[in-house]
Design a protein around this ligand. Structure first.
Ligand SMILES: Cc1cc2nc3c(=O)[nH]c(=O)nc-3n(C[C@H](O)[C@H](O)[C@H](O)COP(=O)(O)OP(=O)(O)OC[C@H]3O[C@@H](n4cnc5c(N)ncnc54)[C@H](O)[C@@H]3O)c2cc1C
Length: 456
């Protein structure tokens, strides 16, 4: 519970944008992961100045503060593990400047990614990072989790587009990093440090993002393979030959069949895997890349190649990929979607290992992947109430992370660490590197009030 004096000061500052009513707090006790922790209060600041005053107060009173965007994290990152205050940015949602001549936009952290895309569309520009949650996740959350998405294969992840930011530190001091310039090597690269820091270093209250011009055209292919190994080998073969599609989304047999069971899209149930491949650029470049890709996939046990003829057809091909997460919910009450990344040449081996591990424990599992990035999402279907089965799910995931580390991969390609994977960090970061991270945290947040109980 918050001390009376702290509560009174917050109410004086925020009025009805403060709540400690249990039914409201419950809504902010979880994200899209499977753990929960009740905060003592949730607050909705509207300005940087308010955030600065809140942080100064929290630091003085040593109250934990956990930032929250839309709560779509799938790793427990915005859960207030040590209670205290959840500071939700949903009311700081203004797009403050759009400047396509200088290729940047300035936004508040609560802006929804998809809303920014809509505002940019008429100008012919776009913001490339496109997490599957883009229609509801916020730019602040995208920055703090360094979000990626299907088109990040060609265009990169959030940190590649952050030019500058305003941050409120744990002390309440307001600082600015970076600038509005596409080229800027002035001082330490703090913008990158904050990307992926999961709200453990400061509150991001304004972001300057690079935007880029839309390509002339986009072409989409759906390729079906007889077996999953051929699907995975086709991925590393295409990438290894120097072709860089916008997206290469892989679905395995279980996912294909789950989609067909749920929504009948006409995907071939007997296929071992499919790749949804997209290229963009000038029409000539797209035509060339598309025929190179068709040529390459045909060396890999291909059953069918379908090419989208127009926008409606393109949406039809993407519909299967978009349905993929939802349809798993029909298989079991709980779906654990993980996120492991390996160098792209090791995708075939990693997929083999995922299957070996899940089969060993007799678990139902599908694999989705942003395969061109080597980023795999094994999805295990289980029932949390079945304690024995749940223990096996946890064992399987540990072994999947160990396998990823053995293949020189990493713990997360886009979902982050949060509560979900903090315990696995030593698999990919040695003690010295973790000490260095802790050293930075201590320097900027000596009282450990920013999102405590997480990976650092
Ligand atoms: C259906 C679905 C699909 C998804 N697909 C993808 C995907 O393709 N790629 C991907 O990368 N992720 C994906 N995600 C995960 C998630 O949507 C993203 O990580 C997203 O960036 C989280 O944004 P949010 O606004 O919901 O942030 P939250 O979940 O609210 O918070 C995330 C983290 O950011 C911190 N934070 C939030 N705002 C600030 C701020 N202003 N300052 C400092 N810290 C802050 C929080 O403390 C927390 O640690 C998906 C999730 C779902 C549910």
């Amino acid at each position: 519970m918050l001390e009376h004096a702290v509560k009174s000061e917050l109410i004086a500052l925020l009025g009805d944008r403060f709540s400690d009513e249990p039914e409201i707090l419950t809504c902010y006790a979880y994200d899209s992961f499977l753990e929960e922790s009740m905060p003592d209060a949730v607050i909705f600041p509207k300005t940087t100045d308010e955030v600065a005053k809140i942080m100064a107060l929290a630091n003085r009173a040593k109250v934990p503060v956990t930032a929250r965007g839309a709560g779509t994290s799938v790793c427990g990152a915005p859960i207030a593990a040590e209670h205290g205050i959840v500071l939700c940015f949903s009311k700081m949602d203004k797009i403050m400047e759009v400047n396509t001549a200088d290729r940047y936009v300035v936004v508040q952290p609560g802006v929804i990614n998809g809303d920014l895309q809509k505002v940019l569309a008429p100008s012919g520009f776009f913001f490339p990072p496109d997490p599957g949650s883009m229609n509801f996740s916020t730019i602040g959350g995208n920055v703090a989790l360094n979000a990626g998405g299907p088109r990040c294969l060609k265009y990169g992840v959030t940190k590649d587009y952050v030019l500058g930011m305003q941050v409120v530190l744990a002390s309440g001091k307001v600082v600015r990093f970076g600038s509005k310039n596409i080229k800027d090597v002035t001082g330490y690269n703090f913008t990158s440090l904050f990307c992926g820091s999961e709200g453990t270093l400061g509150m991001v209250t304004e972001v300057t993002l690079k935007v880029i011009a839309r390509p002339e055209t986009t072409q989409t292919l759906l390729v079906t393979f007889a077996d999953l190994d051929s699907t995975a080998r086709a991925v590393s073969d295409i990438i290894g030959s120097g072709i860089l599609p916008v997206s290469m989304e892989l679905l395995d047999k279980m996912t294909i069949n789950a989609i067909e069971d749920a929504v009948q899209m006409g995907l071939p149930r007997e296929a071992g895997g499919t790749l949804l491949i997209e290229v963009d650029g000038s029409r000539e470049a797209c035509d060339r890349e598309r025929s190179q890709i068709v040529h390459k996939v045909k060396e890999h046990n291909v059953m069918a190649v379908e090419e989208a003829e127009d926008e409606a057809d393109r949406n039809r091909l993407w519909a299967a990929r978009r349905a993929a997460y939802g349809v798993f919910a029909k298989i079991a009450p709980d779906i654990l979607s993980e996120d492991v990344t390996v160098p792209v040449s090791k995708v075939p081996e990693m997929i083999r290992r995922i299957y070996q591990i899940t089969e060993k424990y007799n678990l139902k599992a599908g694999v989705l992947a942003h395969a061109g990035d080597g980023n795999m999402h094994p999805l295990i279907c289980a029932d949390r109430k079945n304690k024995e089965e749940w223990k096996l799910v946890k064992k399987a995931f540990r072994e999947i992370f160990v396998a990823g580390a053995e293949l020189e991969g990493t713990l997360s390609g886009e979902h982050g660490i949060g509560l979900a994977k903090a315990e696995f960090l030593p698999l990919v970061m040695d003690q010295e590197s973790r000490d260095f991270m802790a050293c930075i945290k201590k320097a900027v947040d000596p009282n450990n009030i920013l999102n405590p109980g997480k990976f650092v």
